[in-house]
Design a protein around this ligand. Sequence first.
Ligand code: SF4
Length: 316
Amino acid sequence: MKPFTYERASTPVQAATAVARQPMARFIAGGTNLLDLMKLQIETPAHLVDVNGLALDKIAPTADGGLRIGAMVRNADLASDERVRRDYGVLARALLSGASAQLRNRATTAGNLLQRTRCPYFYDTNQPCNKRQPGSGCAAIDGISRQLAVVGSSRACIATHPSDMAVAMRVLDAAIETVRADGRQRVIPIADFHRLPGDTPQLETALEPGELITAVTLPKPTGGTHIYRKVRDRASYAFALVSVAAIVQRDGTGRVALGGVAPKPWRIEAADALLPTGAKAVTARLFAGAQPTRDNAFKLPLAERTIAAVLTQARA
Ligand code: SF4
């Protein structure tokens, strides 16, 4: 690991200022992803700004009947919150399907949104990777790509976003609250938060340098049946090959988002409208323009079968 300096921030603006003034500075919260990346020298921050001491660890109701989740709320605490379990079951289930109990005790809401891809070539510094080293190429495109993206990818990068939580938040229409070094705050809809790779896969979110996530808000509950179904190579502690987050109402209408198939949580609102007609039409709309590789073309029929199973479960 490369040497780095460290400070504890006492306010969100102080934290944002400390990171904004040094290009090689990073926030650290749970550290469950960043520390691994630092040990492998994929991330080499010169300065860490610890945000664990900020008072951002509360879950509170919003004035419009939703829920505001502090950026530092641990994944385990969010999954076990009575209001989340009752009104946002898809989120509780997605959280519990991710990582391990130990990691969920440490990982934070903001950190989960910001975790980096698990593309194996991203972690192998002997291989070209446009995300790790812009302009170096992409070893995955002609390499082993079974786990990687089938839609939303580019000629520069076919990595997937690894989060389960973010897929549930996408189907819930969450919004991300942030603060910048000058104190300005903004709210980013989750649909706009994660970027597609295009020619710049190293840019993964809409955040500006030094911009700190302070909270995630969920709108008023929609009711309906909440399902999160994750298909993976082993029963626990594995990333999704395909995951489906769905909220289905009694009349068959609803929403659906996918994980494990794209560089960001994958939801096409026009596909939601097709839910009453069945999984085939929904899948076709979600994967319009898909460019699977030889290794991962199986994800398209797998996604259709998983959506069909979720709709059957919802009807039952
Ligand atoms: Fe890197 Fe993306 Fe290619 Fe993986 S898919 S090697 S993360 S550029």
